[in-house]
Design a protein around this ligand. Sequence first.
Ligand SMILES: C[S@@+](CC[C@H](N)C(=O)[O-])C[C@H]1O[C@@H](n2cnc3c(N)ncnc32)[C@H](O)[C@@H]1O
Length: 211
Amino acid sequence: MTFWHDRWKNQLTRWHRAEYNDLMVKHWHSLNAPDGSEVLVPLCGKSLDMLWLAEQGYSIVGLEMVEQAIHTFFNENQLSPESTQFGKLVKHSSPPFTIFQGDVFALEAGTVQADAWYDRAAMVAIPPSTRESYVQQIRQQTKPGAVGLLITLTYPQHEGDGPPFSLTDEDAFSLFSEGFEIERLEVIDVSDEKDRGVSSVTSSVFKITRL
Ligand SMILES: C[S@@+](CC[C@H](N)C(=O)[O-])C[C@H]1O[C@@H](n2cnc3c(N)ncnc32)[C@H](O)[C@@H]1O
């Protein structure tokens, strides 16, 4: 059993929020994602943010490796998905939601052709050594011109262990330096994260465009 399966099994899902993410609500529309288009939500968990995006008229494609998270998302929202084997993954669909169950790195290139993506608590959840592969996956699962909203967390990494792992603004600019344009929209102090025992935590919001 992986760390993440264990987290879900024992309901240690502290990252989950019972409200829409306010930074997403504030900044999403500045991306100008095409109306009615497809939004990729990597490492989606059972995030309510998928509901908000659906309410804006988008189709949602989530990626999540823990079956329990996916079932909980559909159950809690009174949705009954159809589930089919899809290569090494399982595809769960209840329009406008599709969630691929499996490792984000196992999704074959081009399976999703998203017009936009939304990353909250996703890129900071994976080991830093896999970030370049993750960016490659974003590139492979989106269309040229796709726009993304990335919300990070930054704290002195030596003061605490991940996940979430600290991702600095410099990391974000560097990881998205080739084949993307990246702009920081906002940085905020996240005081409610300080109970992790670290001296400072900030969250940055980036608008990213795939060239
Ligand atoms: C910190 S949670 C964030 C969930 C969601 N983005 C949110 O804001 O509530 C990270 C999620 O990613 C999933 N996950 C971790 N590594 C993964 C991987 N390699 N492939 C797919 N899902 C993964 C975990 O099961 C967990 O549900």
